[in-house]
Ligand binder design. Sequence first.
Ligand code: DAH
Length: 332
Amino acid sequence: MSDPTVEIDAYEEQALAGLESCNEPAALEAWRIEHLGSKGRLKAMMPLVKQAPPEARRDVGRRLNELKQRLESAFGERTVASAGSPPPGIDLTEPGLVSVEGRRHVLTATIDRIVEVFGRMGFEVADGPELEDEWHNFTALNIPPEHPARDRSDNFFLGGESAGHRLLRTQTSTVQIRAMEATPPPLRVIAVGRVYRPDAHDATHYSMFHQVEGLAVDRDLSMVDLKSTLVGFAKAFFGAEAEVRMRPSFFPFTEPSAEVDMWMPVKGTWQWVEIGGCGMVDPAVFEAVGIDPSEWSGFAFGLGVERVTMRRHGLGDIRRLFENDARFLRQF
Ligand code: DAH
C-alpha cells in the first residue's frame, strides 16, 4: 500500500500547479469544481484516513485538513488576484485622488436667493459698471455738488480731470439711473453688485461690499406698494413670521425716505435688523433721466447683502467673508 502522505503531497503539488495556470474566471471555476467541489478530487481523498493504519490515521487526517485549507486559501487568493489585476503600469496601492466638492460662497448663495425672490415678484435683473462717472453716482441721483458724499476722501476717484472724474461706485443706486436711461417706464428692476468705499477694514467695515437695489416705476405707485413689496420679500426670504418696519430718514434720491428694518431670524432667534434704505423716487431723479414726474411715480430700495448674511448666520467679522478660507466657507 502506497504511503498516503506521499500521495497527498503529489496531489497538492499538481493541484496548485493547475491553479497557477488559471487566468480567467471560467478556468478558475472549473478548477474549483474539479478540486473543491462536492464530488471533487479533495473529497475523493478523504477515504485515505480510514485506509491508513490506525496509528497513522490522526496524521493523515490532519494532513488532509491542512491540504483542504491550503487549496481553499490558494483558490481565494488566485480569484482576488485575477479579478483585481490592474493593467500594466497601474499601481493599485497608490493613494487615490480625493475629490473636493465645491460650493457657492455664502454671499453668492444669499444674492442668488434675493434675485430669485424678487424675480418671482416681477423684478428683472439690471446691471451697471463698477467704474462709474459722477453723473450716475451723484448728479442724477440728486446729490448736489457740495454734498459731503462727494468728498475725495469718501470715494475711490481715479486719476482726476483726465480720467473724467471717474470713480468706483459707492452704491448700486447708479443702476437705477442706468435702467431708466435704457428702458422707458413702466419698469421693475433689481440690481446686485459690488460697491466701494475707502473705509479702514475692521469687524464691520470693508472697502468693498455688496448691495441689492430695487426700482419700480409705474403710474400711481405709493408707499403702500413699496412696503408690500418689502414685506413680500421678507416673508419669502425669511419665512411667514417676517415683518418690515420703516423709520423716517433722508436720502437725496427719494422723498419721502425711510430706513428699513426686517424682523428676521438671527441664528434662529427673531430680531429687528436694520438692512437698508428706501423711499419714493424723488421728482428730481425722474427729471434727470427725462421721465415726467407728473405722469410717473416710483419707489426704490437698497439692501446690504453682507449685513443680511452676517446677521442671519451670526457672523461677527465681515473680513471672514473675503479671506477665502475654505474651512470658514465650508460651514454654509
Ligand atoms: N444707496 C443707499 C446707500 O448706499 C441705499 C438706498 C437708500 C438705496 C434708499 C435706495 C433708496 O434705493 O431708495 O446707503
